[in-house]
Write a new protein. Structure first.
Lengths: 275, 256
């Protein structure tokens, strides 16, 4: 009997320990976010603040320019596959393909364009940020920064945070355009949908654009925060860096999907059937 | 809770990681201007001890005093004032890869002393001269040898004119010539500038050439403390096993 009770209490305490660990991690993540926002003020907001020369531009290059080819190629293929499948299903079900382009544009502007771009950035940029900060953490460079009077969040996260927001916005817009163009080309070549019919933007409302841009903004903020947080939690040696990198990719992908869900639900709730 | 007479004092310090105790009631005091070596086997808590002093780790129980003030309860901001007075040279040299040697050394000057970049770089050159690295100011850390990186890290620490410098295994991984150069630097700092040095080390050659006092950490406590000569002549079999580097003896080491 006591064996059973021990097992039950053991399970409860294990679950409780996980829950406490989860809550603590969530609080720490929140503190990293608040610290980064405060860091922006410390580094860029105050009069006479000394901005690190070139750090922002360098991060924009790493996050944006170096992801360009990966995003363009991948998202182009996704657009082609999606439109091919959509046209196939539409032609079987209703036989009319005139609405495919119009509906596809609404879908990519308000959702798929920014979300798929951000999912790809989560893997490439998230892993990069976590690996870099994680290896600095395990080789005590982060502690050395603290000894030098530098807040690690200011030096490591603020430039990445700002660069990621700008570049995720830019790449999301580009991703939408590539997806739409690749989709239109596929529809024209495979199903003979007239490009003038496909590229019809009349159904896209400002609210779709605003929702899409809001999502891109939130994704751009979430990816470096989650990845930087994972990097700063790295412990031990190379194994810890590996853990941080994996956690960053999983965590930032999950953050992107969660934000997508929350913002979509919020928009639906606000606008009802008008979305 | 009375303030101690010595510059640094650890009182009954306890620290555990994931439930595993590392420090179990460690008490140690460091006098002004002395070179104190903390020795002991790997994982005994030597680096952990010094990291508490600058706020990288928080103790579970006990007290830490620095210059008549308790520091273990300070927050991160409070530790900034402590870190201006206590410098630390890390085990891995920890230079920032994206900066040249001069920029690395100039960083604390810009942040702690709020100097402009040009002024900070000029002062950094002077510090590099102190560690015989003037010719390498424009090089990046990856282009240099371990010994040079270590010396540059020492120069970076010295920029703040610290009263205390904590060295975490300064000679580990260096060839004997570079290791003795580091020893000489530590000795010069102490004798010429009156800097207090707390050195975590396994290096017996360093211990017996430059230490004023040695504290031997064992099972989470200071097992023995004394001058190098006293340690050498100690009748304690555990101390003797460590100093003579014998693989078998009374010392209990986890994993063996």
């Amino acid at each position: 009997m006591s064996f059973v009770i021990d097992r039950i209490f053991g399970t409860i305490s294990a679950v409780g320990a996980y829950a406490i660990g989860g809550v603590r991690a969530a609080l720490e993540l929140w503190m990293v976010f608040v610290g980064t926002i405060a860091g922006i003020w410390r580094m860029y907001g105050r009069r006479g603040a000394r901005r690190p020369a070139g750090a922002l531009v360098e991060q924009m290059h790493i996050i944006g320019n170096r992801s360009l080819l990966f995003i363009v190629v991948t998202i182009g293929f996704i657009g082609m596959v999606m439109i091919y499948q959509a046209c196939l299903q539409f032609s079987r079900a209703v036989g009319d393909l005139s609405q495919v382009g119009v509906q596809f544009l609404r879908l990519i502007v308000s959702d798929l364009g920014p979300t798929l771009t951000a999912m790809m950035l989560s893997t490439r940029v998230g892993a990069g940020i976590a690996a870099e900060i994680g290896s600095m953490k395990v080789t005590e460079q982060v502690d050395a920064l603290r000894m030098s009077g530098v807040l690690p969040v200011d030096y490591l996260l603020v430039p990445r945070f700002l660069a990621s927001i700008v570049m995720t916005l830019g790449l999301s817009i580009l991703g939408c355009a590539i997806m739409y163009g690749a989709g239109g080309l596929t529809a024209w070549l495979s199903f003979e949908v007239n490009p003038r019919v496909f590229f019809d933007v009349s159904m896209v409302r400002p609210r779709h654009l605003i929702l899409g841009l809001m999502k891109a903004l939130a994704y751009g903020a979430a990816i470096p925060i989650v990845s930087g947080f994972c990097g700063l939690r790295a412990r031990g040696s190379s194994e810890g860096v590996g853990w941080a990198t994996t956690a960053a990719v999983v965590g930032s992908s999950f953050a992107v999907i969660s934000i997508d869900f929350l913002l979509s639900v919020g928009a639906l709730w606000l606008l009802g059937g008008d979305l | 809770m009375t303030a101690p007479a010595s510059l640094i004092e650890f009182r009954d310090v306890h620290k555990a990681f994931d439930g595993k105790p590392v420090l179990r009631g460690m008490t140690l005091s460091v006098g002004k201007g002395e070179i104190l070596f903390i020795i002991g086997t790997s994982g005994v808590g030597k680096s952990v001890t010094i990291k508490h002093l600058v706020g990288f780790l928080r103790i579970d129980q006990g007290e830490i005093w620095f210059d008549g003030k308790r520091v273990d309860q300070l927050d991160e901001k409070g530790f900034y004032a402590v870190r201006r007075r206590i410098g630390m040279v890390f085990q891995n040299a920890t230079l920032f890869d994206s900066m040249t040697l001069a920029e690395n050394v100039a960083l604390p000057l810009r942040k702690h002393k709020k100097l402009r970049q040009a002024t900070a770089l000029a002062e950094a050159m002077g510090r590099l001269e102190q560690v015989y690295l003037t010719g390498f100011a424009d090089r990046f850390p990856a282009e240099l040898s371990d010994g040079m990186r270590k010396r540059a890290a020492i120069a970076r620490t010295l920029t703040m004119d610290p009263e205390v410098v904590l060295f975490d295994e300064p000679t580990t991984g260096l060839d004997p010539v570079n290791a003795r150069r580091i020893d000489r630097l530590i000795l010069e700092l102490s004798r010429n500038l009156g800097v207090t040095a707390v050195v975590v080390s396994h290096d017996l050659a360093s211990i017996f050439s430059i230490a004023d006092r040695v504290a031997f950490l064992y099972q989470g406590r200071v097992h023995a403390v004394g001058t190098p000569a006293e340690m050498r002549d100690s009748p304690d079999p555990i101390v003797q096993q460590f100093i003579q580097g014998q693989s078998s003896g009374p010392m209990e080491t986890p994993g063996f």
